[in-house]
Design a protein around this ligand. Structure first.
Ligand SMILES: [Zn+2]
Length: 84
């Protein structure tokens, strides 16, 4: 059973805050035509490219999987776009 969007938002904020305090979750929305995935819009504060937004497409069928995916995609976004 899919995790609710509210719950995804809560988990996303927890994971983002734990990783880097520049990360903030701007919104969560369901993807077209399916309950298994969700898009999380994240902004990075203090970036030279303002506003700095990253749209992450993650699974929401299981909380543990969701957290792992969020963590790796947030880290990838940070290191790719913010090498320091
Ligand atoms: Zn950036």
């Amino acid at each position: 059973m899919a995790i609710s969007l509210d719950r995804v938002a809560t988990i996303s904020r927890e994971v983002a805050t734990a990783l880097d305090d520049r990360l903030s979750v701007a919104g969560v929305s369901a993807t077209e035509g399916g309950g298994g995935r969700v898009e999380v819009l994240v902004t990075v504060e203090g970036c030279h490219a303002e506003p700095c937004r990253h749209l992450l497409n993650v699974t929401r069928t299981e909380a543990g999987v969701l957290e792992d995916e969020l963590r790796s995609k947030l880290l990838a976004a940070l290191t790719a776009h913010h090498p320091e």
